[in-house]
Ligand binder design. Structure first.
Ligand code: SAM
Length: 260
């Protein structure tokens, strides 16, 4: 069966990488594993060896007969678009301890997949996913780095992220054009903002035009309100958003939104 480019089908063939990913999923029999896009089952065959509850979401109906060979009363294969899934509903009848989510994702929907998981509000122990290497750099960029931006701070707000490994394009069949990385996300304990959507809108505005200063991006009126906080933190007036760390962004946001 030919791999479908339109569904991001680059199947993992490198056993070392498969092992690296599966090792991250330290699930027991009373845990639940959700796999996004199991494909031909490269990860699935190892994951179900953990004897946990398992749900796989695979959009391509031609791959379902291959996946259906993984049978068991704790295994569910869904021929479904993960982005259209109702995760809370899908897991509500399963009694489990910890939830692990894993996937070698189609790269064109990396961000929508993460947003879908965030929006579902389900609690998980770990999310382990394959992403394009450049995207991994953006997700994990440090303040001041060229890749540091809205997405970095959006994800940092929810997760602690670490890189499991880089992955050569030759670890896949067919060979993709890009290099990849495996990232592991765990949910951050403290989320200090009350109105999170407003905070993300503020961040988006701050990074609206990367080359512009913060002042130009958010406008004079708002800038005047936060100027004293910047100066107190030894930050110059012509600062750009990429030079501001998360702690300071939160201070600035709170200052803008305090009632006075
Ligand atoms: N996990 C397999 C592996 O590592 O070999 C396959 C990985 S392949 C990069 C991505 C898989 O996700 C494909 O099997 C594709 O059909 C499936 N897929 C693409 N879009 C999807 C979606 N929206 N929901 C569920 N599966 C999807």
């Amino acid at each position: 069966m030919k791999a479908k480019k339109s569904l991001g089908q680059n199947f993992l063939i490198d056993e070392t990488i498969i092992n690296n990913i599966v090792e991250q999923i330290n699930a027991n029999e009373d845990d639940l594993i959700i796999e996004i896009g199991p494909g031909r089952g490269a990860l699935t065959k190892m994951l179900i060896g953990k004897k946990s509850h398992y749900i796989g979401y695979e959009i391509d109906n031609e791959l379902i007969p291959i996946l259906k060979k993984f049978v068991g009363n704790k295994i569910v294969i869904k021929n479904q678009d993960f982005l259209a899934s109702d995760l809370t509903n899908d897991i509500k009848n399963i009694t489990y301890n910890k939830l692990f989510i894993v996937g070698n994702l189609p790269y064109y929907i990396t961000t929508p997949i993460i947003e879908h998981i965030i929006n579902s509000k389900i609690k998980f122990e770990k999310l382990v996913i394959m992403v394009q290497k450049e995207v991994a750099n953006r997700f994990m960029a440090s303040c001041g780095a060229k890749d540091y931006g809205y997405m970095t701070l959006y994800l940092k707000y929810y997760f602690d992220i670490f890189k499991v490994c880089d992955v050569s394009k030759f670890s896949f069949n067919p060979v993709p054009k890009v290099e990849s990385s495996v990232l592991s996300f765990s949910i951050r304990k403290n989320r200090p903002i009350v109105d999170e959507n407003k905070y993300f809108e503020f961040l988006k505005a701050c990074f609206k035009q990367k080359r512009k200063t913060l002042k130009n991006n958010i406008g004079n009126i708002k800038f005047e309100k936060i100027k004293k906080i910047l100066l107190k933190n030894n930050i110059m007036e012509n600062v750009r958003a990429e030079e501001i760390n998360e702690e300071l962004f939160i201070l600035l946001f709170n200052e803008l939104n305090k009632n006075n």
